[in-house]
Design a protein around this ligand. Structure first.
Ligand SMILES: [Zn+2]
Length: 164
């Protein structure tokens, strides 16, 4: 059972265990704004089990670089659909081929089906006469900063869409 922690501005900040969340609430550092599951029996009282808590004071988040570029991340960003033909993709392709100086960046990598990947090989899009169906960009949104948000609890949904 995990709890989503929202910053005082309602921006998703972290995911913690519900025990940690209860400590924050009892210490007066956060307020429960959504509950789920069975209540927790504490020493002197019965507490709702927090599903989402809101920090009472705004926490400044140090600037972090965007998500690291990974094969899995590129496939996830592109919904596992080929950037060239739109069919299900299982590989990624360097849009500007590595042999021509193309880098390992979010902008230069795209999900790609095997068929397109084999056909394109070391060619540029211009040589192939192909267009991209998407504009590859670094992914944004809290689910890319907070790993646990890849599989969010149902109660979190409304708080995640506000932040996206
Ligand atoms: Zn394809």
């Amino acid at each position: 059972m995990r709890t989503l922690v929202l910053n005082a501005g309602y921006e998703p900040l972290a995911v913690v265990t519900f025990r940690r969340a209860i400590v924050l609430v009892l210490d007066g550092k956060a307020s429960t704004i959504a509950e789920a599951g069975e209540p927790v029996i504490g020493p002197g009282e019965i507490l709702g089990r927090p599903s989402v808590i809101l920090l009472n004071r705004y926490v400044k988040v140090p600037y972090r670089d965007g998500a690291a570029v990974t094969r899995r991340g590129v496939l996830r960003r592109d919904n596992h659909l080929c950037g060239y033909c739109g069919k299900p993709a299982s590989t990624i392709d360097h849009i500007q081929p590595k042999s021509r100086g193309g880098g390992e960046s979010w902008e230069n990598l795209v999900a790609c089906c095997l068929r397109c990947n084999n056909a394109k090989d070391d060619h540029t899009l211009a040589q192939m006469g192909w267009d991209l169906r998407v504009v590859p960009k670094p992914p944004r949104g809290p689910q890319w900063r907070i790993k646990e948000l890849e599989r969010p609890a149902p109660q979190w949904t409304e708080f995640l869409t506000h932040a996206a």
